[in-house]
Design a protein around this ligand. Structure first.
Ligand code: GUN
Length: 297
């Protein structure tokens, strides 16, 4: 069998950002509207700093306003909630993202609850999660990584109805929303997790396999059905030769590519799509808040 098609998330993200940039130009020209994304970082988590920097940079690159707020590690929940309320009421702010994880004195649920659902560009608020799971995804803000996964699947499969999809992992950020999106496309969806029996056997049934468990190279080649579409959400840093480290996914790529029909690499697969989808959500949020038709992006 031929080697799997590589689903190039980096290239697809470039295309998506170009479409977003064009849409932002049109909003500016036709409506004098510049979408704005407020990104809130609490503390000095190095990984979060990198994410936040990339989000702000890409936001500016597509012509949107980027409003960064950096709070100290020892900020209390009340102070953070006060900032969120201020951003909810600021007409320059179309989208709000509070970078997770938060320091332990802050309850992330309380912070997510405080974000205006119309500005919740992460799609984590219960209103957006509820809209997605009741089949009203068209009116929700959909979480970014799951949207990116669906776009990558769409690069290989044009019709998902009736296909068997397996989602490994049940987080609110990836597993649950991606399962809802697959269900909305009429897949028969199974969700597996750490207590699932015969995980390999369950995976082998799947025409579409989405791995979002955070365990390096857990999914082996012989877990994959021949010709399956494999989406690897994992970003795991592992030791490499010469005392270096490297990023690997949740799927053993070298084995999996011999069996799968299409597969996302790590890095360069799902990762770049997440920020592009965040920018897209910010444009969507800005249009809805201003009662402007949402462009097809
Ligand atoms: N931390 C890691 N990924 C994410 C994300 O998608 N959104 C937020 N807010 N924090 C994160």
């Amino acid at each position: 069998m031929a080697e799997a098609k590589k689903l190039d998330g980096a290239a697809l993200a470039v295309t998506l950002r170009r479409r977003i940039s064009d849409a932002v130009d049109r909003l500016e020209g036709d409506h004098k509207l510049t979408p704005g994304l407020a990104v809130v970082l609490v503390g000095e988590n190095p990984a979060s700093q990198v994410y936040v920097r990339n989000k702000s940079k890409q936001c500016a690159e597509v012509g949107m306003r980027s409003l960064d707020h950096h709070l100290p590690d020892d900020v209390n929940e009340h102070e953070l909630l006060t900032l969120v309320h201020g951003l909810n009421n600021d007409p320059q702010v179309s989208g709000i993202l509070v970078q997770l994880p938060l320091p332990e004195q802050i309850n992330p649920g309380a912070v997510i609850d405080a974000i205006d659902p119309a500005k919740d560009v992460d799609g984590f608020h219960v209103i957006n999660a509820g809209l997605l799971s009741t089949g009203a995804a068209g009116t929700a803000l959909v979480p970014c990584t799951p949207s990116g996964c669906m776009m990558l699947i769409g690069q290989h499969l044009s019709e998902l109805a009736g296909l068997k999809a397996m989602v490994l992992g049940r987080s609110n950020i990836v597993g649950k929303p991606v399962a809802q999106l697959l269900l909305a496309e009429h897949c028969t969806v199974t969700m597996a997790h750490s207590r699932t029996r015969d995980l390999a056997g369950e995976c082998r049934q799947a025409d579409i396999l989405v791995a979002a468990v955070g365990r390096p190279r857990m999914v082996k080649g012989d877990w994959i059905k021949e010709g399956a579409t494999v989406i690897d959400v994992g970003i795991n840093r592992v030791e490499a030769e010469g005392g270096k480290t490297r990023l690997v996914g949740d799927v053993a790529f070298d084995e999996a590519k011999e069996v799968a029909g299409a597969i996302t690499p790590v890095p360069g697969g799902v990762g770049p799509m997440t920020i592009a989808c965040l920018l897209r959500n910010t444009v969507i949020a800005a249009c809805r808040q201003n009662k402007i038709d949402v462009p097809d992006i």
